[in-house]
Design a protein around this ligand. Structure first.
Ligand SMILES: C=CC1=C(C)c2cc3[nH]c(cc4nc(cc5[nH]c(cc1n2)c(C)c5CCC(=O)O)C(CCC(=O)O)=C4C)c(C)c3C=C
Ligand code: FE2
Length: 467
């Protein structure tokens, strides 16, 4: 991935003085926006010791020093073997943590409305103009109450709650074991954005466990402001407030849809499901991604759509290289509310394909890596029925990656590759700008207090009061 992935479009979403998204470097088999740099490029961050081991210094790096430029200027760094070797040498001194970020889901029907409240109260989900932001809570309350009955029906249809927590816990365990198999001992934490275990709880545990280096791995292959972006914003706020956490080196894997391991694992699953049709060559491969409002992409610079399209191209190229030459289509599902979402919409495309005479269709959920309400209810029930009504005769669905071994191993590799690039999340810049704004406030506050106290009225009031 090129550093251009860090489009200027992200910037307006960041608070002034806050954490800047890490710079990326082009590397083979890389995950997007994982910084990687050699010892030279790290600017003293990783110090080689005479006996060959590597010590980490907790230097507060400013991202303005442009790690990307440094990384680019040093050739050939950050290969997989290199990263693994560096990481192994850290093991003795490091306490490594991996934080998996996910959305979270209601575990019972009673959880549905408060879960929806948390979701709609997120300013990255409902993006209100600044003057109206004070209404966020009220709007969230209103929408969550209105939507709850429909959502509850969906969750009731899949057994009364979301399977997300259980699956994510299992993925955490599997990643821990995959790391162990590669001689990396790490604690793996789960931090959910809208339900238990919340990101805040995971971060508290990370602190209690005295983790010295952290890799943040959002379980969304593609980056969206509404998913990975939102979770990272929360994390950034938590780390900024806490002096211990502010010094912990962190590597954030912002997106990983382009990793060979992920692409190959998706291709494997698709190939396998195609074989279940009586005539596999005739099947339309139908990618269905979770949508986002168009304004995210067009006004706020969300790279989600672009990454999604690239992701589908990579999977189709891989299939082609295996001799699978089926037609394919990408559409977006799960829109909420009256605004325009990314098109084409899954439901409309299904009707259209049915009308055009497509008889066999394989649905592929592509924006999420565990089963959830939108695969189990929306795709398996609603869309299947719609497709069959519209003339499709043979329907299949690719399961979510879940615990697929090749996928889990690849995530473990992504973690290992990102370790050498971990840096303190809170830069000196943001700290010094905090201090600066504190001094400015104190200065003008004192002048104001002085003026008020010395104004004749105040002076008399004071004197009368004191005498
Ligand atoms: C990449 C995945 C997702 C994106 C992008 C995304 C954006 C987004 N979602 C909503 C509103 C809702 N999402 C809901 C559930 C839900 N969303 C995702 C993933 C993405 N969302 C998942 C995996 C789930 C399911 C969790 C589970 O419990 O299984 C819901 C609740 C369910 C429902 O009522 O439909 C809502 C609401 C918005 C508005 C949005 C972008 C702005
Ligand atoms: Fe969603």
């Amino acid at each position: 991935m090129e550093a251009t992935t860090l489009s200027a479009g992200f910037r307006p979403l960041l608070k002034p003085g806050g954490y800047r998204f890490p710079r990326s470097c082009s590397q083979r088999n890389s995950s997007s926006l994982v910084r990687c740099h050699s010892k030279e490029a790290s600017g003293g961050f990783i110090k080689p010791k005479p006996e060959g081991s590597i010590a980490i210094t907790h230097r507060k790096l400013s991202f303005k020093t442009n790690v990307f430029e440094q990384a680019r200027s040093v050739s050939g760094d950050c290969s997989y073997d290199d990263a693994t070797a560096k990481t192994r040498s850290h093991v003795a001194e490091d306490k490594i943590g991996v934080l998996l970020l996910n959305l979270g889901g209601p575990e019972t029907l009673n959880d549905v409305q408060p879960f929806l409240y948390n979701l709609f109260a997120d300013p990255d989900i409902i993006r209100l103009p600044r003057p109206f932001q004070f209404l966020q809570g009220t709007i969230a309350k209103f929408i969550s109450v209105v939507r709850a009955p429909k959502s509850k029906e969906g969750y009731a249809a899949i057994g009364g709650g979301s399977p997300l927590r259980k699956i994510t816990d299992e993925q955490a365990d599997a990643i821990r074991m995959a790391l162990e198999a590669k001689n990396i001992s790490a604690n793996v934490y789960v931090g959910m954005r809208y339900w238990f275990p919340f990101t805040e709880e995971a971060v508290q545990q990370i602190k209690k466990d005295k983790i010295t280096r952290l890799v943040v791995l959002p379980l969304y292959p593609q980056y969206s402001i509404s998913t990975t972006g939102s979770s990272i914003r929360v994390l950034q706020d938590l780390f900024r407030k806490d002096p211990y956490l502010a010094g912990v080196p962190v590597a954030i894997i912002q997106s990983w849809y382009q990793r060979r391991g992920y692409v190959n694992s998706m291709a494997d699953l698709i190939e396998k499901e195609l074989q279940k049709f009586s005539d596999p060559n005739e099947v339309m491969i139908f990618f269905s991604a979770h949508g986002v409002p168009v304004s995210y992409v067009e006004n706020a610079g969300d790279p989600y759509q672009k990454q999604m399209e690239e992701c589908i191209d990579l999977i189709m190229d891989e299939l082609k290289s295996r001799g699978v030459l089926n037609d394919h289509k990408l559409a977006y599902q799960s829109r909420v509310g009256p605004v325009q979402w990314l098109k084409p919409y899954t439901d409309e495309v299904l009707v259209d394909l049915g009308k055009k005479g497509v008889k066999s269709l394989l649905a592929v959920p592509v924006s999420f890596v565990s089963e959830h309400i939108e695969t189990l209810e929306e795709i398996d029930m609603e869309y299947r029925e719609l497709a069959l009504e519209s003339g499709v005769e043979n329907w299949g669905r690719v399961p979510a990656l879940g615990l697929t071994a090749s996928f889990i191993t690849d995530l473990a590799d992504a973690v290992i590759e990102s370790l050498p690039s971990a840096e303190a999340m809170v830069s000196e810049d943001s700290e010094s700008s905090d201090v600066f704004s504190y001094i400015v406030k104190m200065f003008f506050g004192s002048i104001l207090a002085f003026v008020l106290l010395l104004s004749p009225k105040m002076f008399h009031a004071f004197r009368n009061h004191l005498i």
